[in-house]
Design a protein around this ligand. Structure first.
Ligand SMILES: Cc1cc2nc3c(=O)[nH]c(=O)nc-3n(C[C@H](O)[C@H](O)[C@H](O)COP(=O)(O)O)c2cc1C
Length: 352
């Protein structure tokens, strides 16, 4: 299909594989972004199945991990068929980061990802995550220490800079690369922007195209569907895309974007039975991992995505988020499966 020639990523035609250390990913990989309280084992497994080439855990605090806090350890639960998978660590103390990464390495991921971009107050106030954008020397020291502490490839995820006046991502990328970081994911916003405004991919592509940058650079921010993915790929050359919110309750996004990139054609939206089949498995795995009550509470954040675009779903969604137990949830899902004709209710009229 000639359509590939239209993509800004075409210079990657010569890089058949994207390599992160010894990990080989297909050309232009799609990566599930780390998301606290979302990218747990069940959701990562489903996204892998739906075409994500690499999945990253939610952030795990170095402090929690070295105290061997139960919650932090549980977040490192992985399964054989989800590889390649990365464990993301967040922290601010070099020695503690080193100890945490040794423990994370023992858990058996394919890579360690360092969180240098989380803008949440509870993280930044401790000097972790995006706080390190205000202390690049320390960020680089942490990266170098961690790289020496593990045999796994170490990657980093960060933002354009601290604020509009300090978008120093090129300097950051060059220095992290020197420190031994094997791939960089860049969210096209600053710390001060948090999640406001639109992600700006211009600088991400500039970093990726800089002659001195030889590690893969993945772009991140506001890929919500095939349309945004297609537009961004046409305009900005990066080595792959990382997708966060767009995948929540919508794991098909990976398959749909891959199909579009390779054929130029759109897959139809999944039918209601197809959505229910995946959702049911998601719930089953979550219940098995976390117990019924916790799992059902956490699943509430996914329902909007799973049923997006289905006319008349609002009433059922309201019931689902107030359901008290799994039996009730199953009953409501049964009612949804009876919504017929399923395919007519899906919005499939979008054209590229
Ligand atoms: C609920 C939520 C939790 C997040 N947790 C993390 C995290 O644990 N680690 C991280 O590096 N980024 C985290 N992020 C940022 C995302 O990985 C991603 O950079 C951001 O959402 C922009 O990408 P998107 O537009 O595809 O969602 C989180 C974002 C959201 C919305």
């Amino acid at each position: 299909m000639q359509i590939m020639a239209n993509f800004a990523g075409k210079s990657s035609e010569f890089r058949v594989l994207v390599k992160i250390g010894a990990i080989e990913l297909p050309d232009y990989p799609l990566i599930l972004a780390p998301m606290e309280n979302f990218t747990d084992l069940p959701f990562r497994l489903i996204c892998r199945e739906m075409g994500a080439d690499l999945v990253i855990s939610e952030f795990i605090s170095s402090e929690g991990l070295i105290r061997l806090a139960k919650k932090s350890r549980q977040k490192m639960t992985m399964e054989a068929n989800e590889h390649p998978v990365g464990i993301q660590i967040v922290g601010h103390d070099e020695e503690h980061m080193k100890e945490a990464v040794v423990l994370a390495t023992e858990a058996g991921p394919d890579l360690i990802d360092l969180n240098f971009g989380c803008p949440a107050r509870k993280v930044v106030s401790k000097g972790s995550g995006a706080a390190l954008l205000a202390d690049i020397d320390k960020m680089v020291r942490i990266a170098a220490t961690v790289v020496r502490a593990t045999t796994l490839p170490v990657t980093a995820k960060t933002r354009l800079g601290w604020d509009e006046q300090n978008k120093n991502i090129l300097e950051i990328a060059l220095r992290l690369q020197d420190a031994g970081i094997r791939a960089l994911s860049i969210h096209g916003r600053t710390k001060v922007q948090a999640y406001k405004g639109r992600a700006d991919w211009t600088l991400i592509a500039e970093v990726r195209n800089h002659p001195a940058i030889h590690i893969p650079v993945f772009g991140n921010g506001d890929i919500t569907d095939v349309f945004s993915a297609g537009e961004i790929r046409k305009k900005y050359a990066v080595d792959g895309m990382m997708i966060g919110r767009g995948a929540v309750g919508n794991p098909w996004i990976f398959r749909e974007i891959k199909h579009y990139f390779s054929t130029g054609e759109m897959l139809p939206s999944p039918t209601i039975p197809a959505r229910l089949a995946i959702l049911n498995r998601h719930i089953e795995m979550a219940v098995a991992l976390k117990g019924e009550m916790k799992a059902l509470l956490e699943m509430r954040k996914f329902y909007t995505g799973y049923f997006k675009g289905i006319a008349g779903i609002k009433l059922y969604r309201a019931k689902l988020v107030t359901a008290g137990n799994w039996d009730e949830v199953n009953q409501i899902l049964g009612e949804i499966s009876g919504m017929a004709p399923a395919d007519d209710r899906l919005k499939q009229d979008k054209q590229i």
